[in-house]
Ligand binder design. Structure first.
Ligand SMILES: Cc1cc2nc3c(=O)[nH]c(=O)nc-3n(C[C@H](O)[C@H](O)[C@H](O)COP(=O)(O)O)c2cc1C
Ligand code: SF4
Length: 554
């Protein structure tokens, strides 16, 4: 890449060190990987040290400081992809192309590897090519054709369009996935209520965040609104990295207006003038679509200056594309990443509502939470609390995958039983369901009467079904590998503990385990739960704990 091209790229980002991750990502698109000289040029232009830039580039899995293949193929490694045969498909592709996994072929043409869940579990097995192009519904025939296209050096943009088709697969809609109002309607309703009136409505609705922890949304917005700062920020967490979760993909694809409307309502309430959508790298293919929606909304005066003709109501939104790090879904790590740094979770307090992006008051909410806020603005709290339970009002969208006839997204009022979802998705002979992803709960058949909601089975959205043919120890072992792979390494209990769990579980899987290993696993579970710096480490032993409980019960 010429210096001129790189300088233009950097200038487009105002030579801001906070744009470092975006600059690295875009520089890599232009030259395939990030040689030391490029990192040095970027460091100099941004006034950073080379060591800092190398540290950031080295943190993200989608940034490469060594040459990779011109075609970089990444197979989704979620358990649901494996259940659909991804391992055999990857072996087949490697064999056809004469390439060893995780190595670049001698001619530099291609490399093949695994990636954590790509968020396409309802239409897997899936893969990503050069982080831009998705291929869904892989089959032996598709792999054979794909190998030929790579050998013939056909660019992915010219591959059969059908391969990159991503369907919404909405199997059951309630309010959020139902018919949508015209853009601006919900915002108009929020503005008519006034900022305080909208906040009061959210309080009455008892809306809780849909990203996992279930923090009351009105409290978060009020704390941010009241926090002193030169600038307030509204951030949409579209990192959706929890394996088995893909509901935000559907919302961003077909309900982007509702998401952005919710963010704009948050700006109205908190006084924020700038918003940021943190889009996971695996959803890079949605970037142009989201830019088009933002552009249209600017033209409709639903973003920009004087929104809906209200002088002084100014709000704009930018999109930051992630670069392959699950931990960046954690809100403080996400903010670090937005600031152009490694995605290391921050020490809290202070919380982002007081000291978030660039040290300013910031709210971070899940994609679905913003859709819910927009719906409440338009229809009111009473309509929202008419469904759900006392502690969990309204509806929740579930990403259903695994052993069932009808995978896809399902929207239910909170309080629905696990059995009801199993019946609706056509699950036969289910022995277990992983609710909320690997960091959630694994429920056995005798628990299928339990209900989804913060008071019983909380969920960030994943619902993975396993029938009686599945080895649940293997499922838990796969999740243990996931956490060890995704640990950011900042704190010792998580960095070392997740590796030790993997080693012990691998040993047990090889038939070499003993009672001693089981005791050690229980100790590791206790250590991780009590001593890690962020939620990733704290929940990393959950699959193990559920498996041990099942072993004890058996
Ligand atoms: C390791 C880790 C990963 C997370 N990933 C996500 C994510 O992908 N999306 C999300 O909304 N929240 C995620 N969270 C939760 C966020 O930290 C935060 O609680 C959430 O975005 C707040 O939004 P809400 O109040 O609307 O739920 C994650 C948390 C942890 C510990
Ligand atoms: S718990 Fe794990 S992911 Fe979280 S900060 Fe510590 S090492 Fe990083």
């Amino acid at each position: 890449m010429s210096t001129e091209t790189l300088n233009k790229l950097i200038a487009r980002h105002d030579a801001s060190p906070h744009a470092l991750v975006q600059i690295l990502r875009e520089a890599q698109v232009l030259q395939g990987w990030l040689p030391r000289e490029t990192l040095g040029q970027i460091a100099q232009a941004l006034g950073l040290t080379l060591a800092h830039v190398q540290g950031v580039a080295g943190f993200y899995r989608f940034l490469h400081t060594r040459p990779v293949g011109s075609y970089r193929v990444l197979f989704s490694n979620n358990i649901t992809d494996r259940m659909l045969g991804v391992d055999a498909l990857m072996r087949d592709l490697c064999q056809r192309l004469g390439v060893t996994r995780a190595q670049v072929r001698a001619d530099g043409r291609v490399s093949v590897d695994l990636a954590s869940c790509t968020g396409l579990c309802d239409q897997g097995p899936a893969l990503l090519v050069n982080h831009h192009h998705v291929v869904t519904r892989l089959s032996p025939g598709r792999i054979e054709h794909l190998a030929a296209l790579i050998e013939d050096q056909v660019p992915p943009s010219l591959w059969p369009a059908e391969w990159s088709r991503v369907d919404d697969q909405i199997q059951l809609a309630d309010v959020k996935l139902g018919p949508q109002p015209a853009p601006g309607e919900a915002l108009g309703a929020a503005m008519a209520r006034g900022p305080q009136g909208m906040l009061d409505e959210l309080k009455r609705a008892k809306l809780r965040g849909r990203g996992g922890a279930g923090y009351p949304t009105a409290t978060k917005w009020e704390l941010c609104r009241n926090a002193p700062g030169q600038m307030h920020y509204v951030v949409c967490n579209a990192d959706e990295g929890e394996p088995g979760t893909f509901k935000d993909r559907v919302l961003l694809t077909s309900y982007a207006d509702a998401v952005i409307e919710g963010m704009t309502i948050a700006a109205w309430v908190t006084g924020a003038r700038r918003g940021l959508i943190y889009l996971r790298g695996e959803y890079r293919y949605l970037l142009e679509h989201l830019h088009a929606v933002l552009e249209r909304r600017r033209a409709q005066r639903l973003l920009g200056h004087g929104i809906r003709g209200h002088a002084g109501f100014d709000f704009s939104i930018d999109i930051h594309v992630g670069a392959g790090a699950y931990v960046c879904g954690e809100e403080s790590a996400l903010i670090e990443s937005l600031e152009g740094k490694r995605g290391t979770p921050r020490i809290r307090p202070p919380f982002p509502v007081e000291c978030g992006y660039l040290g300013q008051p910031t709210i971070v909410n899940n994609v679905e939470t913003y859709c819910a806020a927009a719906w409440i603005a338009e229809h009111g709290a009473a309509a929202w609390t008419a469904s759900g339970t006392a502690a969990s009002s309204g509806t929740k969208i579930h990403s259903v995958s695994g052993d069932c006839a009808r995978p896809g997204v399902y929207e239910y009022p909170f309080g629905v039983s696990v059995q009801q979802i199993l019946d609706d998705c056509g699950a036969v002979d289910a022995q277990a369901v992983q609710v909320g992803g690997p960091s959630g709960l694994c429920l056995a058949a005798h628990e299928f009467g339990r209900r989804i909601g913060f008071e019983d089975v909380p969920s960030a959205g994943a619902f993975m079904v396993f029938d009686a043919s599945r080895d649940m120890f293997e499922v838990a072992r796969g999740f243990a590998h996931f956490f060890a792979h995704e640990s950011c390494g900042f704190c010792t209990p998580c960095r070392v503990g997740t590796q030790l769990i993997v080693r012990r579980m691998d040993k047990l899987a090889a038939g070499l385990g003993s009672v001693f290993d089981e005791r050690e696993l229980r100790e590791l579970d206790a250590v991780l739960h009590g001593s890690t710096h962020c939620g990733l480490g704290a929940t990393a032993a959950n699959p193990l704990r559920d498996t041990l409980a099942r072993c004890a019960a058996a």
